[in-house]
Design a protein around this ligand. Sequence first.
Ligand code: ATP
Ligand code: MG
Length: 574
Amino acid sequence: MRYSNCFIPTLRDVPADAEVISHQLLLRAGYIRRVTSGVYDYLPLALRVLRKIEAVIREEMNRAGAQELLMPMVQPGELWEKSERMEKYGPELLRFTDRHSHESCLGPTHEEVICDLVARELRSYKQLPMNLYQIQSKFRDEIRPRFGLMRGREFIMKDAYSFHADADCLAAEYDKMFATYQRIFTRFGLKFRPVEADTGSIGGSDSHEFHVLADSGEDLIAHCADCDYAANVEKAISVRPCISATPAALSVVETPGVSSVEDVAGFLSVDIGQLVKTLIYRIQGGAQDGAIVAACVAGDDQLQEIKLAHVAGADSVEMATDDDIASIGGVTGFVGPQQLSVRVLVDNRLHGATGLIAGANRRDAHVAGLDFGRDVPEAEFVDLRETRAGDRCSRCGGEMQLSRGIEVGQVFALGKRYTEPMEVLFQDRQGKRSVATMGCYGIGVSRLMAAIVEQCNDEAGISWPLALAPFQVGLISMGRSDAVRQTSEAIYRQFLEAGIDVLWDERNERPGVKFKDFELIGLPFQVVVGDRGLKEGAVEIGWRQQSRSSVPVADVVRVALSELEQARSSEAVN
Ligand code: ATP
Ligand code: MG
């Protein structure tokens, strides 16, 4: 492409509302523009990169035996009623009514539509297994769209769905998809980590997320320094001994106006880990919808709400109000686990601990010497705490570490969560009607583009891996002489003939402007044609952000091609 024919609206300044580097660079380098909250235009440069990302994903999915199809974005509400997700999915599901008063929604994911399709076509076990995928726009009315493409409302996803006659076959496909995802993210040259994951609103049993490691990541992942255990903190289990004091009789201590764990620990001169935090929640969804529960963790731990929701059989939990707390016998600021009229769930770390300090359910008072076994016999011990750096690994005893990650993919062994209500049936080997079992596998394609920029950038701009760059070569003409123009054009044509993506900057701009733009948009290889070099019959070539060398005009395309070829074979991407 000739630069003057390209739509690359670069910006000099960092846009004020862009917090993370990928959002800033994709805006500044003219890749994306915001249409409305969480909804973006992908400009020509972005589309080139997206197409290259998609090509790698397609190649690997096809290699794994999956078949591509395309489903609609608009989905009928009845299907969501049938899967019992119409209410469950909540406000992220954008619903609307058409002119015939049919309730519809914009697809945030496609389990319902694919099950409906497969249920209508599947007859016999002979048609199984089958893995179908698409690359398509999804819509989720996210409460807080942010970080540009990272958390959009409309975004591009690769979603695959597999159907099987039995659990063993699903397990084999799950492993194959896991390996396929590892290949895909390795080919993108990313530092990433697969982790055990919560299954969220999708449901099912086994699940892993794939995280690109980046400080800007919204997720926290816990991993062992010594073994390969790694999990999202929503799910990670780890061990830390409890700070137990000498067993003592239960006593009441006056703590006038002192209620936070930090303040109480300071006031009583004890370690914060000796305190118990008693948190009161209201359950949302599930059989106990609307019920109140009490949850206790050690004073130096944080409660992981997703774990609590699971233990309580809920879709989610929300902090109870002061009135809720009073209604179960608690006093806000001084809540403790004793004599509450609700289920008391206590984190395993507090099991067997003695000499604890907790709220007394009386204004301005705490109890000391608490022992759950003795004083709160109805307490149920469960895993509720969030893993902290320095905890011990529950598998090997090694040290747990925390990293931030960007979730770019997730695989789920769904089992019969959808196939049962959606009646995906087939005739098995014995001639019996059976329910198929299912897996699903997503990759956030547009989020992936942002995640790659998070890992591949420097002070000058984006540094795309060669295989993903919108153009591999940037050809810069310096000056406006006939010699420069003619030589540039000849080189440009040779690159095109060799099948190389080349962007030729023939604009009437100062060299400084051209170099800045090329560094910003992140083209890996530069060829610079100027009068000074041409006097010696040479042009300059070199990698982005590295020094250039002088090459005779006649050799330039050959030398550049061989450098690109060498880099391609050494880069993870090919
Ligand atoms: P998150 O926890 O980040 O909200 P999710 O677990 O709900 O994501 P999945 O249902 O697993 O998302 O969707 C598959 C993939 O789609 C995710 O791994 C992620 O890469 C991508 N994705 C999900 N939500 C968004 C979004 N709002 N914007 C961009 N990509 C997204
Ligand atoms: Mg997910």
